[in-house]
Design a protein around this ligand. Structure first.
Ligand code: CU
Length: 359
């Protein structure tokens, strides 16, 4: 989600380049091409959305709730999606669609989702698997999927027109690639990310190693962190910008005390896979027992380099896999240490908190 920064620096670089070439009026065609924002990106001309221009128009407008169906009250995000087999290819069907999503505590957000949940469904495969993901776009706007951190061909990378065009409303696109490398990854929209990702178009993908280094952990949990702005019945994409600040903070699409409780038996080994799916940094702190950081951004950390920590700062886009052995009985808090993020619309306790219950 560094597209804006990247494009800004590219544009800045190109401006300097062009200024330097002022005496020579023949501009390099390639430089002009690079400076052109991709359609649907944050650099694009948003006048197509709003006659008043970009920041004051489309970016800040509430999400349209008209006719959006409600998810079941007990709906959960990041649930395992079973593939169907086509020969030796694992096929996953996704539909991008709006849903009224229960964040918890009676707060309902208008979300854009994969298959109607926040986060979208978990895709879990083994390194080397042939993967096909069929995405139907039932959103009112174009979209794509970017396979964040995975090594996919450029045609599958999900940045609009670089080189594959975005998927228009009503259209379907098939992503096809071999799952690599092993690790914790996530997938998300790469169109109008400031809005589309902020309102729910994100989900986990885990690639298990072909040859595991050791036994699997007894408990293995994904913890996707993001932020919401819900005022009354209206959802506005939360972004770090005055007037757009988040007032709800969610773990796997839920706010405390409606976040999941992780149940662990004494002596079990627990793996938590943190994913920074929002736009803020969340230093996640576990009470009672220290943990080791065993993988960063999906890639294993050699044992001799594994830091023992009780807090890990999860920045936007990052993943941290941490592991600990449950040595102490009790209901231990796991929470963000930006303490405003443990509130629901300003009231504590709430937000990015969950309980690890060791029995
Ligand atoms: Cu936080």
């Amino acid at each position: 989600m560094l597209l804006r920064t990247r494009l800004t620096s590219i544009v800045a670089g190109v401006s300097i380049l062009l200024a330097g070439c002022a005496a020579n009026t023949a501009q390099s065609p390639s430089a002009t091409t690079v400076a052109t924002p991709t359609p649907g990106s944050m650099m694009a001309d948003d006048s197509v959305y709003s006659p008043t221009g970009r920041e004051g128009g489309h970016m800040m407008s509430p999400v349209d709730s008209t006719g959006v169906p409600a998810a079941p009250a007990d709906a959960k995000g990041a649930q395992l999606l079973s593939p169907r087999l086509d020969g030796d290819t694992k096929v996953f069907d996704l539909t991008a669609k709006p849903i009224r999503w229960p964040l918890g505590q009676g707060v309902v957000a208008t979300a854009w989702t994969y298959n109607g949940t926040v986060p979208g469904p978990l895709i879990r495969v083994t390194e080397g698997d042939k993967l096909r993901v069929v995405l139907k776009n039932e959103l009112p706007e174009q979209t794509t999927i970017h396979w964040h951190g995975m090594e996919v061909p450029i045609e599958m990378d999900g940045v609009p027109d670089m080189p594959t065009p975005a998927i228009k409303p009503g259209e379907t696109f098939t992503y096809e690639f071999v799952a690599k490398p092993a690790g914790t990854f996530w997938y998300h929209s790469h169109v109008d990310g400031d809005r589309q990702v902020s309102i729910g178009l994100f989900a986990p993908i885990i690639v298990d190693p072909k040859t595991p280094a050791g036994p699997r952990p007894d408990v293995d949990k994904i913890i996707m962190l993001n932020e919401w702005r819900v005022v009354g019945n209206q959802t506005v994409p939360a972004m770090p910008m005055t007037g757009m600040d988040a007032n709800f903070f969610a773990i796997n699409g839920k706010i405390f005390p409606d976040t999941e409780t992780i149940s662990v038996k004494l002596g079990q080994r627990v793996r938590l896979r943190f994913v920074g799916a929002g736009q803020l940094v969340h230093p996640m702190h576990l009470h009672g027992m220290p943990f080791k950081i065993v993988a960063t951004d999906g890639h294993p950390v050699p044992e001799t380099a594994q830091l023992t920590k009780d807090t890990v700062a999860v920045a936007p886009g990052e993943r941290y896999d941490v592991e600990f052995v449950a040595t102490e009985r009790g209901q231990w808090m796991l929470h963000c240490h930006v303490l405003h993020h443990t509130t629901n619309d300003g009231a504590e306790p709430g937000g990015l908190m969950m309980i690890v219950n060791v029995t």
